[in-house]
Design a protein around this ligand. Structure first.
Ligand code: NAD
Length: 479
């Protein structure tokens, strides 16, 4: 049952919670304005204590057997399972996505724990014959050390799950810094962790960017796993000076190409889902669509109708709604600015276009499609992070691919075509870390997931996600 109380989010390290600091951050429900969480705004000293806890625990955790780590992760999944509804309600009340969607997110988090529990047992080194008789080289993979895991608010528990599960499965300990917009689910998680894990393996510090900065700059942190905006990713990259291993999962502007040989019905369904789910606040959301001139009118009419048919509502009151409240004033305003900018540059608004007035002052926007958007329009090259998608036409596929590749970032691209040659051209020439053809699920748990260019580097998911927490050691034996 959803809890209608204010969640107090406390720092968790050394297996226990620490006194409420004087300095706190309040989180209000973006749909209603009610106070829903109070979290610590941790100081550098709080961060220091959490990192010390992770560093101490690492000494013994790194020596545990993979099968033991698997058991801990399966046990954590079991401890979280009864709290799925509670975590989901906290996410909806802080972040805005409808309750059913939030439940789906928490279930994916639980799946990530099980997945890496199994993957922990599939880490192997190798032996290498030497050129000199009597020598053998062994390459071993060792956990890298205490990890800093910093996450944004759009998938508050799923993104924590990838980092927590990958790092601890590899034999690392971790200090997590949830977003200041969505601290509640991390508090619930800490209660599950306390039941299961040895002290210090999983630690949580709450706070905003200053807390995050103190964490990434801490000398005892051996690896930084960051998910968030390009701007913060660049700031972290500068502040660590290129020494601390870093993975950056950043944003970007994701394109979709629909050719004249596509199944237009399927393309419309895919576009509506991946443009507007989570109110467009997804790093792999479709921002811009290039449609072949011959199928343009049919596609746009279908997409506009699909957008209009989406149910926008308070995600607690209507758990099955398609689109809930947006999360931040800033992204809400940016979406409105991008709509105005596209219109000023000659685009036509064919669906949505502004707030759902009866739900204001909640941050509810109608799913919006702007057609014939100029390449210069902001929606066609900046990440909006809202329920807005821009459509443009093409006649030559190479030209469409070039335009798709031109905007900053290289996280995910989508294409619809039933032609084999076009499929391979699109799959090979789209310069993105994830390309989905005839579907819109670019990220799955057992395949590597990561960006290119301004969208960052490093992989999460899959075996590669685990490898990112390991370092190599060459052992040369004379025998
Ligand atoms: P953000 O960069 O503002 O914040 C992300 C996290 O970093 C938060 O926990 C924040 O407190 C912390 N932070 C802020 N400044 C910091 C600093 N100087 N040092 C260390 N930590 C700092 O991003 P956001 O607004 O929370 O999230 C939205 C962005 O995240 C979008 O751009 C989206 O595309 C991106 N994102 C990417 C992926 C991916 O897998 N590539 C997934 C989800 C979201």
């Amino acid at each position: 049952m959803p809890h209608h109380h204010v969640i107090t989010c406390r720092n968790f390290h050394s297996g226990t919670w620490h006194d409420d600091p004087a300095d706190t951050i309040e989180r209000h429900n973006p749909a209603t304005g009610e106070l829903v969480a109070i979290a610590a705004r941790s100081s550098a000293a709080d961060v220091d204590a959490a990192v010390a806890s992770a560093a101490t625990a690492f000494r013994s955790w790194r020596k545990t057997l993979p099968a033991d780590r698997a058991r801990y992760l399966h046990d954590l999944a079991a401890a979280c399972a009864p709290r799925v509804d509670e975590m989901a309600a906290s996410i909806t009340r802080e972040q805005g996505k409808p309750l059913d969607e939030a439940r789906g997110e928490v279930r994916k988090f639980v799946t990530a724990l099980h997945y890496y529990a199994e993957e922990a047992q599939r880490v192997f080194g190798r032996t290498i014959p030497n050129d000199t008789a009597g020598f053998t080289s062994i390459v071993e993979k060792e956990p890298i050390g205490p990890v800093a895991g910093i996450v944004p608010w759009n998938y508050p528990i799923e993104l924590i799950g990838w980092k927590l599960a990958g790092a601890t499965a590899a034999g690392c300990t971790i200090v997590l810094k949830p977003s200041e917009y969505t601290p509640g689910c991390a508090q619930i998680l800490s209660e599950c962790v306390a039941e299961v894990f040895p002290p210090g393996v999983v630690n949580i510090v709450h706070g905003d960017g200053r807390t995050g900065q103190a964490l990434v700059e801490h000398p005892a942190i051996a690896k930084i796993a960051f998910t968030g905006s390009m701007r913060t990713g660049q700031a972290i990259s500068r502040s660590v000076n290129g020494i601390t291993p870093l993975s950056l999962e950043l944003g970007g502007s994701c394109p979709m190409i629909v050719t004249e040989r596509a199944d237009i019905g399927a393309a419309i369904t895919g576009a509506a889902r991946r443009s507007f789910r989570n109110a467009g606040q997804i790093c792999i959301a479709i921002n811009r669509i290039y449609v072949h001139d011959a199928v343009h009118d049919e596609f746009v009419a279908g997409l506009a109708a699909a957008a209009d048919a989406l149910k926008v509502a308070d995600g607690i009151e209507v758990p099955s709604a398609d689109v809930g409240s947006m999360t931040m004033d800033e992204t809400y305003q940016r979406t409105l600015d991008h709509i105005a900018d596209a219109r000023d540059r000659g685009a036509r608004i064919v669906a949505g276009g502004g707030p759902v007035t009866e739900l204001s002052p909640g941050l509810f926007l109608r799913p919006t499609v702007v057609d014939d958007a100029a390449d210069e329009a902001l929606v066609m090259h900046e990440e909006t992070f809202g329920p807005l998608v821009g459509v443009a036409r093409f006649t030559d596929l190479d030209d469409a691919i070039e335009r798709a590749n031109a905007a900053p970032g290289g996280l995910a691209a989508y294409a619809y075509t039933d032609d084999t040659r076009e499929t391979f051209a699109l799959a090979r020439e789209l310069d993105f870390g994830n390309v989905a053809v005839n579907n819109v699920d670019a990220g799955i748990m057992n395949a590597p997931y990561g960006g290119r260019r301004e969208s960052g580097f490093g992989s999460e998911h899959g075996h590669e996600g685990l490898e990112s927490y390991l370092q190599l050691k060459h052992i040369r034996l004379r025998h």
